[in-house]
Write a protein that binds this ligand. Structure first.
Ligand SMILES: NC(=O)c1ccc[n+]([C@@H]2O[C@H](COP(=O)([O-])OP(=O)(O)OC[C@H]3O[C@@H](n4cnc5c(N)ncnc54)[C@H](O)[C@@H]3O)[C@@H](O)[C@H]2O)c1
Length: 359
């Protein structure tokens, strides 16, 4: 019997992985305790996605398990030895991490170790995909020389034009507490490949997005910005004159890569995975584009202080992933993503809900 295990299965990436890949397995197990709701309040709640999976994916089985529960995880994975594990459960916000450092580290680093070891014991032949982050590079990308245009920061040196590649150093920089817990997880995932031969890969995400994201101010840049504009709520820009650049990738394209990696797995790999140059946009440009797509005038305020460790210009260099997996490509344009999310929010968010809650 072939088994897929996905942690964070109520979240953006986890739920998309279940929808996309479950039909290729006999059994799809999802692990998610909806901690996103306790992190971010009602807008972060992923119950709707979980119910959708339970109703529409016939071989889906949900477990309301905390990835910090080592014994629970070991027991579940032993009973269901997986062929593919996709680890997408996390405390995902770098601002929130500073307020809950123990929870952040226990979930992001400890939870990852629990899952790696559970997997190795149950099936050392398993393929293990870990959702890492571009925050593992800390704020080193901010040391690159930049030039300023009317709407965005741009890499000044032509050698950086395609973005940040996997050779970029990960130490000697400010990561945020979140970035540091994700570094610990990222290195441990690599180590289970190097040391134990588990076929692991770390996907160091840029901005991952799509209509299934429960975006909030503290996590989910484009989704949150679009919701703010569509609902006529004020959007807050934090520093860098609003010209900070993010590259955006649709959750479908993330899943498409995971499928490619599962088909032809490698050992202890690391890939930067974002929208690349073509899907990059600054905050000011995004406000303008979403205003145009939605027919609403964006309302925003500006705070001069940038978030600690925040990137000024981050674009994922996709050269390595494209060379290793030539069948994979970005299939969803930024324009399409914006239109899709604007349409989805018009339908599902007609009545404003209370704003997020910070514990
Ligand atoms: N979304 C992005 O822009 C982005 C960018 C870079 C990296 N990533 C990484 O990709 C992964 C997935 O991101 P996402 O956007 O789907 O996040 P998400 O918050 O939408 O999903 C994560 C899910 O994990 C669950 N979860 C949290 N703590 C848990 C715990 N202790 N036990 C069990 N479940 C728990 C949450 O309830 C949530 O449903 C994360 O590791 C994140 O750090 C995301």
């Amino acid at each position: 019997m072939s088994i897929l295990i996905v942690t964070g299965s109520g979240g953006l990436i986890g739920s998309e992985v279940i929808e996309t890949l479950a039909p290729e397995f006999d059994l799809a197990i999802g692990i998610d305790n909806n901690m996103r709701a306790s992190f971010f309040g009602e807008y972060g709640d992923t119950t709707r996605r979980r119910r959708h999976l339970e109703t529409n994916v016939s071989n889906y089985r949900h477990y309301d398990l905390d990835v910090r529960d080592r014994d629970g995880l070991i027991s579940l994975v032993r009973k269901n030895p997986p062929d593919l594990v996709v680890h997408a459960a996390a405390q995902p916000s770098h601002d929130l991490a500073a307020r809950i450092p123990f929870d952040d580290f226990d979930i992001n680093a400890g939870g990852t170790l629990n899952l790696l070891e559970s997997t190795r014991r149950a099936n050392p032949e398993c393929v293990f995909v870990h959702m890492s982050t571009n925050k593992v590079y800390g704020d080193s990308p901010n040391r690159l020389r930049l030039t300023e245009t009317k709407t965005r920061w741009v890499y000044a040196n032509k050698a950086n034009a395609d973005g940040i590649d996997e050779q970029f150093p990960i130490d000697q920089s400010c990561h945020s507490i979140f970035g540091a817990s994700k570094v610990a997880a990222d290195v441990m995932v690599q180590e289970y490949g190097h040391y134990f031969g588990l076929r692991t890969c770390c996907l160091r995400g840029g901005c991952l997005t799509g209509p299934n994201q429960s975006g909030v101010q503290l996590h989910g840049f484009l989704n949150h910005l679009i919701r703010s504009v569509v609902l006529g709520q004020e959007y807050t820009i934090f520093g860098y004159k609003g010209k900070q650049v993010r590259d955006n990738i649709h959750s479908r394209d993330v899943c498409a890569f995971i499928r490619e990696f599962y088909r032809v797995p490698r050992l202890a790999e690391v890939y930067n995975l974002g929208g690349g140059v073509d899907n990059s946009i600054s905050v000011l440009e995004a406000l303008e584009a979403v205003g145009r797509a939605s027919g609403r005038t964006p309302v925003y305020s500006y705070q001069n202080t940038a978030r600690t460790g925040d990137h000024i210009c981050y674009i994922s260099n996709l050269s390595k992933i494209r060379v290793h997996y030539p069948n994979w490509k970005i299939s969803t344009s930024l324009e399409f993503m914006i239109e899709e999310m604007v349409d989805q929010m018009r339908v599902s968010e007609q009545a404003p809900r209370p704003s997020y809650h910070i514990p």
